[in-house]
Design a protein around this ligand. Structure first.
Ligand SMILES: Nc1ncnc2c1ncn2[C@@H]1O[C@H](COP(=O)(O)OP(=O)(O)OP(=O)(O)O)[C@@H](O)[C@H]1O
Ligand SMILES: [Mg+2]
Length: 302
């Protein structure tokens, strides 16, 4: 269980952190960050920019912001959560006000669910009561026990407050692979029809309906067993598309810059082509997105 920042900070640290924690939100900066560092996710960029901007510029939101990210592995879900955090908190994802939970890491034992429930409830409550603009990221949401999802639910609602604390300035982001394969199938169908994936939008090819249906019907997903979806507590479902060779190449170039290696387009192309692609014959989409690109690149760096 992640420690609450009250336990890990001295009073003086805490004072400094609370007052230096939040940046003045600048939608132009978020737009630029998404444009410069997120590749091949036009639907995500569009939804995230609009959702975060309208929430952050609303002086009196009527509920916390709740985003649910869906997509196959390595397509940028954590990356986008980091970009959002970087635009809100001075210390970005490292801020004491950003709490990240990874289901199988923080809540691994089924039999301990009562303990997890109590801890999680207390932690969310404590964090928001001392700092209303807190952010909670739940990774592997589809692997989370439904009872734990139910603990989060009351905090997401349109209530004035929960036990005297308002949650309306808090941000919740759920990351999952749920619906990822459906998104990839839709993108592949389009490609087979000769339509490029940049033409796919949330309202095209019934993408939204298909994602919902998939998440609803997945018997293994914690989402199904929780009433979170029925109660419309999620404000935005955000579909991440599978990445193509050109996007993986961009990821390699970005890693070169990160590792302070001289930009080398040919090397980027070579590294990108070594990644696995699917379908096996046509090799259209990267099977691991941009995951482990840095490690692949490191093999060539001498
Ligand atoms: N669309 C993208 N644009 C830019 N970089 C990306 C993109 N997708 C992935 N990356 C890079 O690849 C790394 C792995 O991606 P990330 O951790 O965000 O994947 P994920 O979607 O959360 O996958 P998983 O479902 O396996 O958790 C990121 O740190 C980032 O550097
Ligand atoms: Mg992830």
């Amino acid at each position: 269980m992640a420690e609450t920042y009250t336990l890990s900070l001295t009073a003086e640290d805490r004072f400094v952190e609370v007052f230096a924690a939040v940046l003045a939100f600048d939608p132009k900066r978020l737009e630029k960050d998404l444009r410069d560092s997120l590749f091949g996710q036009h639907i995500v960029s569009d939804i995230v920019l609009k959702a975060v901007t309208s929430f952050m510029t609303d002086s009196n939101p009527n509920k916390p912001l709740v985003l649910s990210f869906h997509g196959t592995t390595g397509v940028g879900k954590n990356h986008v959560a980091q970009i959002i955090a970087k635009n809100i908190y001075e210390n970005g994802i490292e801020s004491y006000h950003v709490h990240t939970y990874i289901s199988e890491h923080h809540f691994p034992h089924k039999e301990k669910s009562d303990l997890y429930k109590a801890q999680l409830k207390q932690e969310i409550y404590k964090s928001v009561s001392s700092f209303p603009r807190s952010m909670f990221i739940f990774d592997e949401m589809d692997k989370m026990q439904p009872q734990l999802i139910d603990v989060i639910k009351p905090f997401l609602d349109y209530k004035l407050n929960v036990d005297g604390v308002s949650f309306r300035n808090a941000i919740f982001i759920f990351l999952s692979n749920a619906g990822g394969n459906v998104i990839a199938e839709v993108a592949l169908d389009l490609w087979r029809e000769g339509i490029c994936r940049e033409e796919l939008w949330m309202n095209s090819k019934e993408l939204e309906t298909k994602i919902f249906r998939k998440i609803f019907n997945d018997k293994n997903s914690g989402f199904l067993h929780s009433s979170m979806i029925d109660e419309h507590l999620i404000d935005y479902y955000v579909p991440f598309l599978p990445l193509m060779l050109k996007h993986v190449r961009q990821c390699v170039m970005a890693e070169m810059s990160h590792l302070k290696i001289k930009p080398n387009y040919e090397l980027a192309d070579k590294v990108a082509r070594e990644m696995p692609f699917f379908p096996e014959k046509e090799r259209i989409f990267s099977a691991k997105g941009c995951k482990s690109v840095r490690q692949k690149l490191a093999l060539y760096d001498n």
